[in-house]
Unconditional design. Sequence first.
Length: 300
Amino acid sequence: MLHVIDVIAKRAVGFCGRVWPKTTANFAFSVFTRTARRKNRRYPGDIPENAEQAMLPVPGGVVSTWLLPATTAFRGRVLLVHGWNSRSAHLVQLAAALTSSGMEAVLLDLPGHGASSGRHLHMGKGIEAIDAAWRHYGGFNALVGHSFGGAVALNAAVGALICVPARVPETLVMLAAPNSLPAFFRWFGRQIGLPRAAQESFERKVLHILGRSIETIVGAEQLKEFHRPVLLVHDMDDKDVLYADALRMARAGSHVRLHTTNGLGHRRILKSADVHRVVCDHLRGAGAGTTPLELAGNCA
């Protein structure tokens, strides 16, 4: 029955996409960016009691952040960004390891997730959220992102959103992060049956939001221009984001290092003590504690 429904839905999308390509693309983008409904925005018990929450304004809403103080001598400040349909509480164990090594950790709930407002998330909204946290906390020595959050962290660091300054940390850590936004858009288009004209309009949404073509949002190419230490952590058994994505990004240059795990998949990688150690060691050796940079934006 579900297969029959999928076939009928794809045929309907195909017909509408040929007759009304722009309208169909707008509808597809709304579906593409819609996040899951949340029952409880505060998630009591998930965040440590000593965490200090701040609600920060972003275009169209607010995002929630949680500050966890360092428990040893201060070595720098780190922003942690979760993945799609996740929340900052899923990064608490990693944050605890960082605070134990002297890092002040800030957890960010992306728009449409956790305690933040909204029901939609795309790359532009994610970058705006990081920008709001950067301005509120005075910058970060490191950005650490899981899955889609890793891609958002990279794009914030390279200034992919044309009217927002590049927020350049001393180092970047990407856990199980995807490589290519164009590939993801085309996969989604195939899944719902978008015809060519509607698919092209669908992909142009990135140009309208970011001010640059979707073809430029490829991690392997962006990392070639990001001349600071980068740590990639990826599991060979990851079914959500394939290990091949990490291999492509690891070829960006000698400043990019890949740490490979086995048997953890896409989410258990966040709870691995070995991964926590690798990330902490990387931050200690990558200049954390020095001054983060802010590069001028492209808009007056």
